[in-house]
Design a protein around this ligand. Structure first.
Ligand SMILES: [Zn+2]
Length: 489
C-alpha cells in the first residue's frame, strides 16, 4: 500500500503545484490515459529533453527531425504495426467490459505475466485459474487481439490514417532523403522527440502509462558488417549496470563485451551514452539497470533488446527500450515503397542496407521517476521536497525580500534582474518567509535568496540550500558566479 500511495501523493502534488494534471478535468466525460503539463512540468520536461540533446545527440553528432503525427496506412503495413501492434483482449460475456488478458491474469494470480504469449496460452491460464470478470464474476470470452493504434479519417473523404504509435517511423521514411542531402556517413544517429499515441485497453498508473505520451527516440544506422569497428578505447573501462542471475552487476564495458552480455561494441557505446545521460540528470547508480529481454518479452521487430529500468517506489519501471531492429524497418519500407533504402558506405566503398539500433526513451516516465526518486517528506521541518538536480529543476533560484517594506522589494527586484538571464528565476514577496521557502521546496527549487536589512548596508544576500537548509552570505557581485558553480559546476 505504501508504494501505491507515493504515486498518488506525487500525482496529487503534481496537480496542486502545476506539474501535470488530468486532461479536460472540468468535464465528467474526460478520458483516462491523458494528462497535460502545467508550467513547472513543462520546465522540467524541457530541461530533460535539452540534456538528452546535449548528452546524446550533440555528443554523437546525430541529426534531429520533426515528423508528422498522422501517417497513412502504408507506413504501418510496412512496419508491421497494423498486423502486430496488439495487446491481448478479453471481454465479459455478460457485462461486456473489456480487459487486457495478461493484466487480468496478473491481478487474479498475483504473478507477473508475459505480454507476448499466443491467445491460446492466455485462454488456458484463464481456464485453469477459473478467472472470471472482475466486475460481475461472469465468464470471459476467448482472447482476441486489440490493435493499439488510434485510427482517424483525413479530409472530407475521411481517408483511413493513423496517429503514430512510435516516433521512429518517420525517421525510417526519411532515411533515403537524409542520406542524400546530409552527406551521411555510417554509423549515423537520427533522432526525434514528440508525441506518440497508443489506445491502451485500460491505462492504469497515471503518468506511467498514457494514451498520448512523449517519446525521445534515437535510431542509429550502421553497417552490420562493422558493428564491432566502433572505437571504444576511451570508455572500455567505464562501467555499465546490468541485471542478470537475479542480481545487479556493475561491469566494465570491455568485460560485458567479452562475456557476450552485449553483442557488439556499437551497442555498448550507445548503452553507455544513455546511462551517462541518466546519471547526469540525477538518477543514482544504485537505482538503475539494463535488463536483457527474453524472446517472449521482446517487441516483434527486435533481434536483441535491453530495457533500461529505474527502481521507483512502485517497482522497477522501464524508461528506455534499447532495440537492435536489424534491417527490419528499412527492408520493410524498401519492399513496400520500392524506394531504395541502401546507402554507400564510404569506408568499404559498397552499398549497404543499414541495420538499426534504437534508444526509445519515455520522457513522461523519466519525469515521473525524477519526482519519485527526489521526493522527501521532511516531517521534522514540516516540508515536502523534490531533490531535483539543480541543472534540471523547474526553478533554479527563487528571490525573496525578507519583508514587503523598507525598500527591500526594490533591492530584491534589482538582484532578480541581475541574474534572471542566467538561471530560471522566480521572484516572490507574498506571505511569510517560511511559507515562501516551503513553497519552493515543494517544487524542488535548489536555491533561495533572501534580501534583508543587512543587504542594504553590505550588498550581500543569504543563499539557502534546499536539501540541508544551510544558509550562507554571498556578495551580490559574486552571486552569479557562486550560483553558476552550484548549479552547473
Ligand atoms: Zn462482467
Amino acid at each position: 500500500m505504501e508504494n501505491k500511495s507515493l504515486l498518488d501523493e506525487i500525482t496529487n502534488i503534481a496537480s496542486r503545484r502545476g506539474f501535470f494534471f488530468q486532461t479536460a478535468e472540468i468535464y465528467p466525460d474526460n478520458n483516462s490515459g491523458f494528462l497535460e503539463y502545467g508550467p513547472y512540468g513543462v520546465e522540467l520536461k524541457n530541461k530533460i529533453i535539452s540534456q538528452w540533446r546535449k548528452l546524446i545527440l550533440k555528443k554523437d553528432n546525430m541529426l534531429e527531425i520533426d515528423g508528422s503525427q498522422i501517417l497513412p496506412p502504408s507506413v504501418f503495413i510496412a512496419s508491421g504495426h497494423l498486423k502486430n501492434f496488439t495487446d491481448p483482449l478479453v471481454y465479459c460475456e455478460k457485462c461486456k467490459n473489456k480487459f487486457r488478458a495478461d493484466k487480468i491474469i496478473e491481478d487474479a494470480t498475483k504473478h507477473p505475466m508475459a505480454e507476448n504469449l499466443a491467445n491460446e496460452e492466455y485462454d488456458k491460464i484463464i481456464e485453469k485459474n477459473k478467472i472470471m470478470c472482475p466486475k460481475c464474476k461472469s465468464r470471459l470470452s476467448k482472447t482476441l487481439r486489440w490493435n493499439l493504434m488510434f485510427k482517424t479519417g483525413v479530409g472530407a473523404e475521411e481517408k483511413d490514417s493513423y496517429l503514430r504509435p512510435e516516433t521512429c517511423q518517420s525517421i525510417f521514411l526519411n532515411f533515403p532523403r537524409l542520406s542524400k542531402i546530409m552527406r551521411m556517413k555510417l554509423p549515423i544517429g537520427i533522432a526525434q522527440v514528440g508525441k506518440s499515441f497508443r489506445n491502451e485497453i485500460s491505462p492504469r498508473q497515471g503518468i506511467l502509462r498514457m494514451r498520448e505520451f512523449t517519446q525521445a527516440e534515437v535510431e542509429v544506422f550502421f553497417n552490420p558488417k562493422k558493428e564491432n569497428d566502433v572505437s571504444i578505447e576511451k570508455i572500455e573501462n567505464e562501467t555499465l549496470i546490468f541485471f542478470f542471475e537475479n542480481k545487479t552487476h556493475e561491469i566494465a564495458i570491455k568485460n560485458a563485451i567479452r562475456k557476450k552480455l552485449i553483442s557488439s561494441k556499437l551497442i555498448a557505446y550507445y548503452l553507455f551514452l544513455l546511462q551517462n545521460f541518466y546519471l547526469h540528470i540525477g538518477f543514482p547508480k544504485e537505482k538503475i539497470r539494463f535488463r536483457k529481454l527474453n524472446d517472449d518479452e521482446k517487441a516483434f521487430y527486435a533481434k536483441e533488446a535491453f530495457d533500461f529500468e529505474v527502481l521507483t517506489s512502485i517497482d522497477w519501471v522501464e524508461l528506455v527500450a534499447c532495440n537492435h531492429r536489424g534491417d527490419y524497418d528499412l527492408s520493410g519500407h524498401q519492399k513496400n515503397s520500392r524506394e531504395k533504402m541502401e546507402i554507400l558506405d564510404e569506408s568499404t566503398n559498397s552499398k549497404v542496407l543499414p541495420n538499426v539500433f534504437e534508444l526509445s526513451l519515455g520522457i513522461d516516465r523519466t519525469l515521473y521517476s525524477l519526482m519519485d526518486l527526489g521526493y522527501e517528506d521532511d516531517k521534522k521541518n514540516e516540508r515536502t521536497i523534490f531533490k531535483f538536480n539543480p541543472k534540471i529543476a523547474p526553478i533554479q533560484v527563487a528571490i525573496f525580500p525578507l519583508l514587503n517594506k523598507d525598500k527591500l522589494p526594490e533591492k530584491a527586484q534589482e538582484v532578480y534582474n541581475s541574474i534572471k538571464d542566467c538561471f530560471d528565476c522566480f521572484y516572490d514577496e507574498a506571505g511569510s518567509i517560511g511559507k515562501r521557502y516551503r513553497r519552493q521546496d515543494e517544487i524542488g527549487t535548489p536555491f533561495c535568496i533572501t534580501i534583508d536589512h543587512d543587504t542594504l548596508k553590505d550588498n550581500s544576500v543569504t543563499v539557502r540550500e534546499r536539501d540541508n537548509m544551510k544558509q550562507e552570505r554571498v556578495k551580490i557581485k559574486e552571486l552569479q558566479t557562486v550560483l553558476w558553480k552550484k548549479i552547473f559546476g
